[in-house]
Design a protein. Structure first.
Length: 62
């Protein structure tokens, strides 16, 4: 399914993004303020990593 190492790494980051994002979305109101900031920060970092992987992959395919 997933060929090379870069695709596997990107898949792991996508799965982590969905897990952290889903946890943040479902439990945001019941989380302490500290965990809210941690979850939002992790979601942003994972999203930036995913976007950078997609940009690099697109530029390599041209």
């Amino acid at each position: 399914m997933v060929g090379n190492l870069k695709d596997k790494i990107m898949l792991v980051f996508v799965v982590l993004f969905f897990i952290v994002g889903g946890f943040t979305f479902n439990f945001y109101n019941s989380l302490p303020e500290r965990f809210k900031k941690i979850c939002l920060f992790l979601s942003i970092i994972l999203l930036v990593i995913i976007i950078s992987f997609m940009i690099v992959k697109r530029s390599q395919s041209k």
